[in-house]
Write a protein that binds this ligand. Structure first.
Ligand SMILES: [Fe+2]
Ligand SMILES: [Fe+2]
Length: 181
């Protein structure tokens, strides 16, 4: 199912990002200075690729259909689970952004950076397990064939409209992987 396959593929790339970001945090703990530019690239990968592209696509397309067409347990899982976790992720990113905006190589700032990157990575890791194992299969099993076909078309349109951002941030991720993995 194309609309789900695109989301699963993005989870793979976000999982690569988690490895990069955790390695960068470990490097800071070991006393190395990570270039501020790289930390900003990680922040922007989270904001654009994970949030604007991936979470927004889940919210506007698959989860929207699950809430409107299945209701009940699907509505609870999306509204009280998945969307709450998306918002918590946004909070960690905004706290990380505040730390990077006032960056100095002080222990306090390093702590703020590590705390928020690490919390973001742990959240996303658990979130991906739930979506891959429960939320996506539930949607695929329960939505009608006609709805899933409509979601495929909406996903294709979303992908066409966001091609340049996606390509740019996958390139950024590759560069970061070469440095930190
Ligand atoms: Fe999600
Ligand atoms: Fe997801």
């Amino acid at each position: 199912m194309y609309c789900i396959d695109v989301l699963l593929e993005e989870h793979e790339r976000i999982t690569d990002f988690i490895a990069v970001a955790r390695n960068a945090c470990c490097s800071i703990i070991e006393g190395n200075d990570i270039p501020l530019e790289d930390l900003n690239k990680m922040l922007n990968f989270g904001k654009v690729y994970a949030d604007n592209l991936h979470h927004k696509k889940e919210e506007d397309i698959l989860f929207n259909a699950m809430v409107n067409e299945i209701g009940g347990a699907a509505q609870k899982m999306v509204n009280n689970g998945m969307l709450v976790e998306h918002n918590l992720g946004r909070l960690y990113l905004s706290e990380l952004e505040k730390a990077l905006d006032k960056y100095t190589p002080s222990t306090q700032i390093k702590l703020q950076i590590i705390t928020n990157i690490s919390a973001y990575c742990d959240l996303l890791e658990r979130h991906i397990v739930k979506e891959n194992g429960v939320a996506y299969p539930f949607g695929q099993r329960t939505l009608s064939a006609e709805t899933l076909e409509r979601l495929n078309i909406e996903t294709q349109q979303f992908e066409n409209n966001t091609k340049s951002d996606r390509e740019y941030y996958l390139k950024v991720l590759d560069e970061l992987k070469q440095k930190y993995c």
